[in-house]
Design a binder for this molecule. Structure first.
Ligand SMILES: [Fe+2]
Length: 171
């Protein structure tokens, strides 16, 4: 790693791979979700993740680099852990709560990754790359908020976490 430019290139490739991995995992998460709100949110996230992939491709084009060649080991770990935690049997609300927890860890990883890369791009005077990355960071932020809302409920509903408490106390 010789320059901030190379560091940004490396991070864009890492994020590109991370989004491909996440996108491949989402159909399975949607299948396991029971709550219709959660299924809808995960479907929205899935659609947005496809947009992220093409926008990262665009960012790589602007940097004149190929997006491929890096494996995101962190996303691999997040996915491995997520697959283990939702693999077994359980109350549907508890499984939904677990799916949300896993998706939020990934959203936070994305917020950090896109946000840092955006800051690097801005420092390098690559405004077009920075604005693309800013869009991806705020999209991940929206996913995080949407998932929190489903987990903890709003003014009129109690949320999946509370449902999971009720389901487990009925045993
Ligand atoms: Fe990574």
């Amino acid at each position: 790693m010789h320059s901030l430019n190379e560091l940004l290139s490396e991070q864009l490739r890492d994020l590109f791979d991370a989004e491909i991995q996440f996108s491949a995992m989402l159909p399975d998460m949607i299948d396991r979700a029971t709550s219709s709100d959660l299924r809808q949110s995960l479907s929205d996230i899935s659609e947005n993740t496809l947009s992220n992939i093409s926008e990262l491709q665009e960012a790589c084009q602007l940097m004149a680099i190929q997006p491929t060649g890096v494996t995101c080991e962190a996303m691999r770990g997040l996915i491995r852990e997520a697959t283990q935690t939702t693999g077994g049997q359980g109350e549907t609300a508890t499984i939904d709560a677990c799916l949300i927890a896993n998706a939020q860890r990934i959203a936070h990883y994305e917020i950090a990754g896109f946000g840092t890369a955006k800051a690097f791009a801005r420092c390098l005077g690559k405004g077009d790359v920075a604005s693309l990355l800013g869009k991806l960071a705020s999209r991940a932020g929206e996913h995080d908020k949407m998932l929190s809302y489903i987990a903890t409920g709003g003014w009129f509903s109690s949320g999946i976490n509370q449902e999971a408490v009720q389901a487990s106390s009925s045993h």
